[in-house]
Design a protein around this ligand. Structure first.
Ligand code: M6R
Length: 608
């Protein structure tokens, strides 16, 4: 979604912020813009479309200012055009502002501004902010921002500059991330660490309700009420190399193929195969509460919700705790019951998904112990939870989530096993489970070696408009995830279902040659899924099966089989999901889709 970059330092600011915007491209956007202060003037350039369109309208070398802000906009209020693009400027032409989030009381502000004789030129909620700041400006931009924010309802991450104060960059956040990169004599502000990494790995994470004033002398953080806040300088653990393509054409392919290594990193120092134990430092102080938990609620959106569904099976089977999976967007609004002993776990790659964050807040307010299973270190959800476990799978740039899904499942497997062991699981069972978990990366690698087979499936069916994905037990969430991957990047309609449900309606969809993917590894529901395969096959469906190596029977039933190594049922999703990721990837490439930036989608959804 929207992205913010700001720069104050000795370098020409414009190339720095434009480069930063390019690093944020993966988040999804539909217009872009920059504002630069130079020689007492404020230069603003904006355009609908991609960053390279904006770049064509800029003379990066001519604009030599040392203070600039920039933005990529994902339209909410008003069409994606040049006028609605950020930065917005106040009526006096002195102040420029970029904004992520939504100003909820913007209608009232618009009315007030109109009464004050201000003509608003855009359809955005954001313009109200800068016009209000312009009205309050008395020579101190920080003070004007502070006064206005006290009247704002909604969410924001903002960066503001004023041509009369060429050495001051002001930023503030509420519900939308902002990070200040602190380099040698220079400062890079951004909504995402990837725009900062090329300059420094030392950062300050802003928290909600904080304003930061950046000048050549340093960074000063205060609350909205002007109380000083002491901030720690922290280290970003990702490297520049990790956010680059590294020889791949697409981030999604890179991230699919990185999964074995990503999971090794995720388990490193945590799974101790020798002693049959799991160490999760982030939960160290909470095991007592966790072992007493009477109910676990897992919440997230999209792929994270699918991972949560796998988690539900894992927690119930390994830890024997009643567990539910909730769409974060539903949970937050439906007056959820949080009793004593309820633990709510927010699952999120970015740690910034607004619905998930809001669900977490709701749960916390009602007294739940809140945990996070998050990838991005220092993200909002990671900071707001009582405790949690990071995925440590490295940055995920492709909009379609792949290695984060396997990381989320792996982390939940570790938590569920550690909890189970504290409750009822015997040490030999724990050892068996952890030994199976440790084998996942190598087994995944074997599946990745069959990428050509997945390409053949995609080649044969990429022109079909409807696909079904069916699975049972642990592989039911995998069916949902396979269908989501296909639809989001190849725009093919696909549905995922529990295999047994198909005869309660969706069977009517089956027609000659329709691709139906069965996730059918060996396991306790294997015989049942064979019956479901027969039901589809006898109605003309073209069966593509993901099955366990050595299963010859399935080759007689299915038209195409992709084999995965044998593994215990609870860990099957970590293997069976891989062929589905590859099929979706190849289908999208064959259809000429923009794999990493699918239409209408954003990497991190920071609006409702
Ligand atoms: O960053 P999060 O894990 O909270 O994101 C949640 C979903 O928006 C995300 O998983 C989305 O469904 C992906 N595009 C799926 O590939």
């Amino acid at each position: 979604m929207c992205g913010i970059v700001g720069y104050l330092g000795p370098k020409p600011a414009l190339p720095v912020v434009v480069e930063g915007l390019k690093r944020l491209e993966y988040r999804g956007y539909d217009s872009a813009g920059v504002a630069v202060v130079r020689d007492g003037r404020l230069g603003v350039h904006k355009s609908a479309g991609r960053i390279h369109v904006l770049e064509q309208s800029l003379d990066l070398n001519a604009e030599e200012g040392h203070l600039a802000i920039a933005h990529t906009r994902w339209a909410t209020h008003g069409a994606p055009n040049d006028v609605n693009a950020h930065p917005h400027i106040d009526a006096s032409g002195r102040i420029a502002l970029v904004h992520n989030g939504i100003i909820e009381n913007y209608q009232a502000l618009r009315k007030y501004l109109t009464q004050q004789g201000i003509t608003l030129v855009s359809e955005t909620d954001t313009e109200c902010l800068v016009q209000m700041i312009g009205l309050r400006y008395r020579g101190d931009i920080e003070q004007a921002v502070r006064e206005v924010l006290l009247d704002i309802d909604g969410t924001y991450g903002i960066a503001v500059i004023c041509k009369d104060e060429p050495d001051v960059l002001v930023a503030a956040r509420k519900g939308s991330p902002l990070i200040v990169g602190v380099g040698k004599d220079e400062f890079i502000l951004a909504s995402d660490a990837s725009a900062i990494l090329a300059h420094t790995s030392h950062v300050i994470y802003l928290s909600d309700g904080e304003i930061v004033r950046i000048t050549p002398q340093g960074v000063r953080t205060t609350t909205l009420n002007a109380l000083p806040v002491t901030k720690e300088l922290e280290e970003i653990e990702w490297t520049l190399e990790q956010i680059e393509l590294g020889g791949h054409e697409h981030y999604m392919a890179k991230e699919i193929f990185e999964q074995p290594e990503a999971l090794r990193n995720c388990m490193r120092g945590r799974v101790d195969g020798k002693h049959g134990t799991v160490h999760l430092g982030g939960l160290a102080e909470h095991w007592r509460e966790l072992t007493r938990a009477r109910r676990i609620v897992l919440t997230g959106c999209g792929t994270a919700w699918h991972a949560a569904l796998v988690g539900e099976y894992l927690f119930e089977e390994l830890a024997r705790v009643p567990t539910e999976t909730e769409y974060a967007s539903e949970f937050r609004y439906r007056n959820p019951i949080i009793e004593d002993g309820t633990v709510v776990v927010a699952i999120s790659q970015s740690g910034e998904t607004l619905d998930t964050y809001a669900a977490l807040r709701e749960a916390k307010q009602r007294g739940a112990l809140s945990l996070g299973v998050v990838n991005v270190v220092g993200s909002t959800i990671a900071r707001e939870t009582d405790a949690g476990v990071y995925l440590h799978v490295g940055p995920e740039i492709g909009v379609a989530s792949t290695k984060a899904f396997s990381g989320q499942v792996t982390v939940m497997a570790m938590i569920a096993a550690a909890l189970g062991r504290r409750k009822h699981m015997s040490q030999p069972s724990m050892e068996l489970f952890l030994s199976a978990l440790s084998e996942v990366p190598d087994k995944m690698q074997r599946i990745l070696e069959q990428a050509d087979l997945c390409r053949e499936v995609a080649q044969r069916f990429h022109e079909r408009d409807n696909w079904l994905y069916l699975g049972r037990g642990y592989n039911y969430p995998v069916a949902l995830e396979g269908a989501l991957k296909l639809k989001e990047i190849s725009y093919i309609h696909a549905e995922g279902l529990p295999a047994a449900e198909v005869k309660h309606g969706p069977l009517a969809l089956i027609e000659e040659g329709m691709p139906v993917v069965f996730i059918a590894p060996n396991g306790f529901q294997y015989d049942k899924i064979v019956s479901n395969i027969m039901e589809v096959k006898s109605r003309g469906g073209h069966v593509i099966a993901v099955a366990t190596e050595g299963n010859r029977e399935i080759a007689r039933l299915a038209e195409q089989v992709i084999y995965v190594p044998d593994i215990i049922d609870p860990l099957q999703p970590l293997l069976t999901v891989v062929p589905l990721q590859l099929i979706a990837f190849h289908a999208a490439v064959l259809r000429g889709c923009n794999v990493d930036k699918p239409r209408n989608l954003a990497k991190s959804v920071t609006v409702e």
